[in-house]
Every structure is written in structure tokens, then in C-alpha cells.
Design a binder for this molecule. Structure first.
Ligand SMILES: [Zn+2]
Length: 336
């Protein structure tokens, strides 16, 4: 039997008008992305299968089919909301769901570490550097990434390089021709406060250095921005850690994806150098936890668990079960 308090809590979440089909994306706006990523996971699973990588296809297919959420108090809004506490992740590198969760966890780690850097280097400044080169054939992507990484290392070893630490990631987009690949580097660089008075590099200097390090016979395109002294680079860290290849590119074409997977095998997404290694080392590793803690949630005052299941037909997560441990009352609403 459910108590009055329990029903009051659940009414907040389950509106009577949709009591038969309750969709995760509708009752919990913050969990809306689940549908999109899970839908793309179906596409990626079919691409792995097409490429003869059946094991990966199977794992991605089974990724996060059931999601268990707890009801927690929202500290700031004074009401209940959902907090994920259990799911089975496949951990396949290019799985859209796992790629998304990984970037969320990295972001959380970076946000946690950033105040320590600011405390230790209060007057230091940040530069945001984007380094590109011309598109390459997709079949040359792996060699091109090796060249880019070598060139970046050369750049950081130059005497004129102003950074004392950096966080760098490689992003690859699909060329507009649908065949080629466009690899580029995003990099956040920590520089001494004196950089702007001494040893300052203009954009044309950066271009010349990048051209020299990459040994190119043309001037590469790049972008360099100095982050204002009053501003935090937190948004840019999010930009660096978001994904290696956006989902729309991954899902656009099976043949491109299959070759991309082969080319990217065992390449590294994020790397950290100089004095920032001690702070951001975790960004180079696969996060153990893909669920994440939630600082904005208060203690869970009840033990209600809501299980949502992926419905392949309508491409949405649907509520299939509510379990309340307090009252030992279990309801099944399996519509899948
Ligand atoms: Zn996955």
C-alpha cells in the first residue's frame, strides 16, 4: 500500500493524463538528451555490424537500455527531481551514450580541479588556441594525427612557446565532401601574467610557428584568444572536452564511420602537459564512473526508484516500474 505522502510525491512526477505512458524526456527536462543519444546508439550499433565488428555492435545495442533513477530533493528549487543511480554502460569508444557520459564526467573533474589551479596561479592567464590544417583523406587520418601530435610537441618545446601548462584535445569533423576528415586541436594554455608585456605572440606569429612545426608549405588557419583576466576558462574546458567527433558526423554515413573507427583505434582524445598535469591527469583516463555524483541534490528522503526502459519503436525511454522500498510497494507499468 502506498502512503498519502508517497502518492503526493509521485503525482508531482506522473500527471494523471499520461498515467499509461510516462516518458523520461517529458517529466525530467534535464534527462531529455537520453532519447537522442540512445537513438543514435542504434544507428552506431548498425554501423559496427555493417563493418563486421559484431561484438561492438552487440554491446552498443545493449547500452543503457534500462535506467534507474531515484527521487532526490533539488536543493535550489525546493522540489523533487530525478537522479540517475544505475545503468549498464557498454563503454565502447564511439558509443554516443558513453561518449556523452564520458565528456560529462571529464567536465565535472575539470570543474573540480580548476579552482585549485586558480588558487596556485592567481595572476596567471589563459589562452585558447585552435590549430587546424587542410582536410586529409579519411584513410590518412591516423598518420595525420601522428603528424599533428608531433608538431604540437615541437610547438610546446620551442623557446618562444609561452605556456607553462596546457590541456589539449583533438577533434575530427567529417569533410563537407563526405569523404575527407578535418582534424584539429583545441588547446587551453596557462601563461605567466607577464606574457602580454614580454614575449607576446600575435596571430601571425602563431601561424608562422604552427606552419614551421607542421612543416607545411602553406599558412595554416588557426585561432587564438586571450581569456579576459576576470573570466574563468570553465566554458572553454567544456568546449575542449565535449566530444572527439560530433554525433551527427558519426551517424551520417556508415562507410565513413567504419573507416573512422579503424583510423582512431587507440589514439588519445585528451592530453595534458606542463604544470597542469598534476591537476588534470584524470582527463587522460577513461572515467570509472559514468553515472556521476550530483552536488545540487540533497539527500534522497525516500527510496523511490523509477525505472525507464528504451522503447525501440517510439524511440523514447518509458517508465516501466516504480519501486518504493519504504512501503514495499511495487508497481509495474511495462508498456515496452
Ligand atoms: Zn555505450
Amino acid at each position: 500500500m502506498s502512503t498519502d505522502t508517497d502518492s503526493a510525491r509521485l503525482t508531482f512526477i506522473i500527471h494523471p493524463s499520461n498515467a499509461n505512458e510516462v516518458f523520461l524526456g517529458e517529466i525530467s527536462p534535464q534527462d531529455k538528451p537520453w532519447d537522442k543519444h540512445r537513438k543514435n546508439a542504434e544507428i552506431i550499433s548498425s554501423y559496427y555490424k555493417k563493418g563486421g565488428m559484431d561484438r561492438y555492435a552487440k554491446r552498443v545495442d545493449l547500452c543503457s537500455r534500462n535506467l534507474d533513477f531515484r527521487l532526490v530533493d533539488d536543493k535550489y528549487r525546493g522540489q523533487k527531481r530525478l537522479k540517475l543511480f544505475s545503468a549498464q554502460f557498454c563503454r565502447v569508444r564511439h558509443c554516443p551514450i558513453c561518449q556523452w557520459r564520458r565528456s560529462l564526467m571529464w567536465k565535472a573533474k575539470a570543474y573540480e580541479a580548476l579552482p585549485k589551479v586558480v588558487a596556485d596561479y592567481p595572476t596567471y592567464r589563459w589562452l585558447f588556441l585552435t590549430l587546424t590544417l587542410k582536410n586529409c583523406e579519411l584513410t590518412d587520418l591516423r598518420d595525420t594525427l601522428t603528424d599533428i601530435n608531433r608538431a604540437f610537441k615541437r610547438l610546446t618545446e620551442l623557446k618562444v612557446f609561452p605556456g607553462i601548462g596546457w590541456v589539449k584535445s583533438i577533434e575530427v569533423t567529417r569533410g563537407r565532401d563526405g569523404q575527407s576528415a578535418h582534424p584539429h586541436i583545441h588547446c587551453l594554455i596557462l601563461v605567466k601574467p607577464s606574457y602580454f608585456a614580454q614575449g607576446y605572440l600575435h596571430k601571425k606569429d602563431w601561424i608562422a610557428l604552427w606552419q614551421q612545426c607542421l612543416r607545411l608549405n602553406y599558412k595554416p588557419i588557426l585561432d587564438i584568444q586571450a581569456i579576459h583576466a576576470d573570466k574563468s576558462p570553465v566554458g572553454l574546458i567544456a568546449e575542449i572536452l565535449k566530444y572527439q567527433c560530433k554525433e551527427s558526423d558519426l551517424c551520417a554515413d556508415a562507410d565513413w564511420f567504419i573507416e573512422y573507427v579503424h583510423q582512431m583505434h587507440k589514439t588519445r582524445a585528451v592530453s595534458v602537459g606542463g604544470v597542469l598535469r598534476g591537476y588534470f591527469k584524470a582527463l587522460e583516463e577513461e572515467p570509472e564512473d559514468l553515472i556521476g555524483k550530483d552536488d545540487e541534490a540533497g539527500d534522497s528522503s525516500d527510496e523511490t526508484v523509477m525505472t525507464f526502459r528504451w522503447n525501440t519503436r517510439i524511440k523514447k525511454y518509458i517508465l516501466v516500474r516504480i519501486t518504493s522500498c519504504n512501503t514495499r510497494n511495487v508497481q509495474y507499468k511495462d508498456t515496452a
